[in-house]
Design a binder for this molecule. Structure first.
Ligand SMILES: Nc1ncnc2c1ncn2[C@@H]1O[C@H](COP(=O)(O)OP(=O)(O)OP(=O)(O)O)[C@@H](O)[C@H]1O
Length: 426
C-alpha cells in the first residue's frame, strides 16, 4: 500500500524512473531505512551512502555498523565516509548542524557522480515538511518558506513526501525491519522538537487535520508561487541597476512591501529591516541609513540600495603614530581624544585600521558591557555622514579604539600594566 503510494508519487512528480540509478542517503534512522526498503522492493536500482559525523561517540559507530548489516542483507552497495564535523564547524565558523549538512550534501554529490547515480534520494517526509513550514512561519518567511520541503531540488529528490512519520513506522513494523534512533538534540532540532511535541499536538486539538491542511495549502501555494516568482523576476530586472537596487517602479504597486520581502529576504535582510526600507519609500528625500552591507538613500523619485563594499579598502584621512614605552607611576594618561593608550600585553594581536562596519561592537571605556558601534554613534548624535567617516583600530578581530572617540575597556591600562602603547592621530 505504502509502496504503491510512494511509486505513484515518484511518477507523478517525475522524480526518477526504473532506468535510473538512485543513491539513497541512509542514516540508519526509520525514515531512510524505510526509503531504502521501499525503493529496493519496488525494483529500483539503489546504492546507499552513509556519513559518520562522529558526533555521538559510540552511537555514531553503532549506526554505521547497522547500515553495513542492512546493506549486506539487501545486497546493496554502500558508500561510507568519516567526517571531523566539529573541526569543520570551527574552521568555517558555522553551527555543527550546518557543518554536517554542508559536508553531507557535498559528499553525496561527489559520490553520486563517482557511482554514476542519477539522483540522490533523501528521506524527508510529510511531517518534516509540516514542521519546516511552521518553523519558517515562526521565524518569518516569504512565500517560498511556506512551500515546505519540495520533492525535487536539482538532483536531490524526496520520494517520501507523500507519507507521514506514523505510516513509516507502521510500514517498518509490518515488514519487521529494525532501525536505529538518534539520541541527540542539536540546537535547531530543539526548536523542531518543540514544534513536533508541543505545537502540533496543540494545533491538532483545534483541528485534527491540521497537518494535512498545511500540506494541501503548501501544494496550492506552490502553484501560486510559480506565477508570483515570474512576476518577482520581472520586477527584479527593472530595479537592479549598476548603481544598486533602485526601487522606483514599485512605488505605485499595490503591495510593494511583499515584493520587497521576496527580493530582500534572500539578500539577508530580516522582516523588521524590510519594513524599515518599505516605510522609507514614502520618507523625505535625503533620508539615508545603513542596513547590513547596504546604504539606503531616499531620493526624490526612488529609493536606492547601494552596496557598501569599498569601505574597508579606503585609506584614512589621518596618520597614526605609534609609540611604546615603559609604564611608570608618573605616566600621565593623555586626555585629548586624538590620543589613545593601551596595555601593550593586551594589544597583542595584529593591528589594523579600518572603517567600522555594521555589526561591529566594542566595550566602551567607562561603560558596562558590549555596545554596537552603530548604537554608540547614534547615542552620540552622529549624523549619517559623520558615521560614515568613523574609523576603528582593531586588534585581531576586536576593536580597540573608536578612533578619536573612545577606547575599549579590554585593552585599558591597569595596575598590572608593564608597558604602554600610545597611538596618536596626526
Ligand atoms: N549520517 C547520514 N548519512 C546519510 N544520510 C543521512 C545522514 N543523516 C541524515 N541523512 C539523510 O538526510 C535525511 C534527513 O535527515 P535529518 O532529518 O537528520 O536532517 P535534517 O537536518 O533535518 O535535513 P537536511 O540537512 O537535509 O535539511 C535522512 O532521512 C537521510 O536521508
Amino acid at each position: 500500500m505504502i509502496q504503491h503510494r510512494v511509486t505513484q508519487y515518484i511518477e507523478k512528480e517525475g522524480l526518477f524512473s526504473s532506468e535510473n540509478k538512485i543513491l539513497v542517503a541512509l542514516s540508519g534512522g526509520a525514515d531512510s531505512v524505510a526509503l531504502l526498503c521501499i525503493l529496493h522492493t519496488a525494483g529500483y536500482r539503489c546504492e546507499a551512502a552513509h556519513c559518520n559525523f562522529h558526533l555521538r561517540g559510540e552511537e555514531s559507530n553503532r549506526d554505521e555498523q547497522f547500515v553495513r548489516q542492512l546493506c549486506e542483507k539487501y545486497k546493496i552497495n554502500l558508500h561510507t565516509i568519516d567526517f571531523d564535523t566539529t573541526r569543520h564547524a570551527t574552521e568555517k565558523h558555522i553551527s555543527i548542524e550546518m557543518a554536517a549538512r554542508e559536508l553531507r550534501y557535498n559528499w553525496f554529490e561527489k559520490t553520486r557522480k563517482d557511482c554514476q547515480a542519477d539522483v540522490i534520494a533523501i528521506a524527508h517526509h510529510q511531517d518534516d515538511s509540516v514542521e519546516t513550514i511552521l518553523l519558517n512561519l515562526i521565524r518569518g518567511t516569504g512565500i517560498t518558506g511556506l512551500l515546505g520541503i519540495r520533492p525535487r531540488n536539482g538532483v536531490v529528490v524526496r520520494p517520501l513526501l507523500c507519507i507521514n512519520r506514523e505510516e513509516i513506522i507502521h510500514y517498518l513494523q509490518s515488514i519487521q525491519q529494525e532501525y536505529v534512533t538518534d539520541s541527540t538534540n542539536l540546537e535547531d532540532e530543539y526548536t523542531r522538537n518543540k514544534i513536533r511535541l508541543n505545537l502540533l499536538p496543540l494545533m491538532q486539538t483545534i483541528n485534527p487535520s491540521v497537518k494535512n491542511n498545511l500540506i494541501e495549502t503548501s501544494n496550492y501555494l506552490n502553484d501560486v508561487a510559480t506565477l508570483y516568482n515570474k512576476y518577482i523576476e520581472e520586477a527584479k530586472t527593472k530595479i537592479i541597476t549598476a548603481e544598486g537596487i533602485r526601487i522606483s517602479s514599485l512605488l505605485k504597486e499595490p503591495a510593494p512591501e511583499s515584493i520587497l520581502f521576496e527580493m530582500l529576504h534572500p539578500l539577508g535582510f530580516n522582516s523588521t529591516q524590510i519594513k524599515d526600507i518599505a516605510s522609507s519609500l514614502h520618507s523625505q528625500p535625503g533620508k539615508q541609513f545603513c542596513c547590513k552591507e547596504w546604504r539606503i538613500i531616499k531620493d526624490r523619485e526612488f529609493l536606492l540600495l547601494e552596496a557598501v563594499q569599498s569601505v574597508s579598502k579606503a585609506t584614512p584621512p589621518f596618520q597614526l603614530i605609534r609609540e611604546e614605552q615603559e609604564y611608570t607611576s608618573d605616566f600621565q594618561i593623555p586626555q585629548e581624544k586624538q590620543t589613545a593608550c593601551f596595555d601593550a600585553d593586551k594589544l597583542n594581536e595584529e593591528i589594523c585600521c579600518r572603517k567600522w562596519q555594521t555589526g561591529d561592537t566594542f566595550v566602551p571605556f567607562g561603560m558596562k558591557g558590549k555596545k554596537k558601534i552603530s548604537d554608540y554613534l547614534t547615542d552620540r548624535k552622529f549624523s549619517i555622514s559623520q558615521k560614515e567617516r568613523q574609523w576603528v583600530l582593531c586588534c585581531g578581530e576586536r576593536i580597540a579604539w573608536l578612533i578619536g572617540e573612545r577606547t575599549d575597556n579590554r585593552f585599558r591600562i591597569d595596575e598590572t600594566t608593564k608597558r604602554v602603547i600610545i597611538y596618536r592621530m596626526v
